[in-house]
Design a protein around this ligand. Structure first.
Ligand SMILES: Nc1nc2c(ncn2[C@@H]2O[C@H](COP(=O)(O)OP(=O)(O)OP(=O)(O)O)[C@@H](O)[C@H]2O)c(=O)[nH]1
Length: 377
């Protein structure tokens, strides 16, 4: 599914114009329903309603045309902020006309003026939303003051907002709810949908910023901050922490012989093997190139050695199909350091010692696990 936060401008306009068309169809249906009622003369100004029918139709036709144009634009994946201006301006101005007919100081007008910009700002360009808000507010003010100055009647289609007994007219109240609820529903659903996608994207960005794109294990930054956290915990709570530096042997040769594609495949398989061999709360990070780091909380030196040895054996059993009737095998060297004798060591020293042990493993023939000892320094 594509992300609405990355929709083309034409698709956003298309969505808004579709919502506008639905609203105007609802108003047209309402007008026809009222005109069909036997008691219509008691509820509405029939003469005015009939005189406005061509405009109602005209707006529905115009909304349909604009909607179709925006569909064509979105099929062509057209990107231009003008689409957004068109969609938002038409939404605002066409609803102002309806606001003039039923009254500017009403629930639907207030609801749209208050809620539409909030949803709009999530989805549309700021200039488009504020532009449409400015023109609509200005129009609403002109219509309202025009009525106060007796240039035109207020809510010319409605008769008797209040009944003769002084109570609110049931027809008036029901009509207002009928117009308000769909707008609110549409705006709320749109906001909820876009915000959900927004949260998903945030999750995705977080995942990408912490994960190595090739192997899907933690990247260097994420591994380092995890190490700091675990080291702090080890200092406070006591259990020892072990780190294992893992480096694939003669990896340059793999690349040189079989190409980078096969080299990448080896890295992916090795990372997967490490991930599947360690426990759930251990961390596997790729420090770069063919070097990985295992962070093993609550693990003493003996435990780390056992786990590293198991990882080494599993990697040695890996087989990579080279596509040339030859199966490629790889091995890894590992250096271990555990803070069980010195909880105060900083993370860089922990890594330094593990690196020294790894160097020793390489020097003494590769494909082996070495625990740091004085001789490694
Ligand atoms: N395919 C692939 N190769 C990489 C990647 N990152 C680093 N490399 C290669 O990994 C190789 C590392 O080579 P060296 O550092 O010489 O180590 P080595 O050949 O494994 O030798 P030893 O570590 O001493 O056993 C280089 O050829 C890098 O180009 C990667 O993401 N994909």
């Amino acid at each position: 599914m594509r992300n609405p936060l990355e929709w083309e401008d034409s698709s956003k306009a298309c969505l808004l114009l579709f919502a506008t068309l639905l609203a105007h169809l609802q108003y047209l249906g309402w007008a026809y329903y009222l005109l069909s009622l036997p008691q219509r003369d008691e509820l509405i100004n029939t003469e005015f309603a009939l005189s406005q029918l061509p405009y109602f139709h005209g707006i529905v036709v115009l909304s349909t045309i604009l909607f179709v144009i925006s569909i064509v634009g979105s099929l062509k994946r057209s990107e231009s902020v003008l689409w957004q201006h068109l969609g938002t301006q038409y939404y605002g101005i066409s609803l102002c006309y309806f606001s003039f007919v039923i009254g500017t100081l009403t629930m639907p007008t207030g609801a749209v003026l208050a809620a539409a910009p909030v949803v709009g700002l999530i989805l549309f360009d700021r200039a488009a939303v504020f532009g449409a808000l400015a023109s609509s507010t200005l129009l609403i003010l002109v219509i309202s003051y025009g009525s106060a100055l007796q240039w035109w009647e207020y809510a010319p289609v409605i008769k008797n907002f209040v009944s003769e007994s002084g109570h609110l007219s049931m027809f008036w109240l029901t009509s207002m709810l009928l117009f308000t609820v769909p707008h609110f529903l549409m705006l709320t659903i749109m906001a909820a949908y876009v915000l959900r996608r927004w949260r998903m994207r945030e999750e995705e960005v977080r995942y990408l910023s912490l994960t190595d794109p090739l192997t899907s294990v933690s990247n260097r930054r994420s591994a380092m901050s995890h190490l700091e956290r675990e080291l702090e915990r080890s200092r406070r709570k006591g259990p020892s922490l072990s780190v294992v530096m893992v480096d694939l042997d003669h990896f340059k040769r793999v690349n040189d012989t079989w190409g980078h594609g096969i080299g990448d495949e080896v890295l992916v398989k090795a990372a997967k093997t490490l991930r599947e061999t360690v426990r759930q709360n251990d961390m596997v990070g790729r420090l770069g190139g063919e070097e990985f780091l295992l962070i093993l909380p609550g693990t003493d030196q003996k435990g780390a050695e056992f786990l590293a040895e198991r990882c080494r054996q599993h990697i040695a059993k890996l087989e990579v199909d080279t596509g040339q009737r030859e199966i490629l095998k790889v091995t890894a060297s590992m250096g271990i350091y555990c803070n069980e004798h010195n909880r105060l060591l900083e993370s860089d020293m922990l890594l330094e010692y593990a690196d020294q042990a790894l160097y020793h493993a390489k020097e003494s023939g590769r494909n082996r696990v070495v625990i740091w000892h004085e001789g490694c320094a």
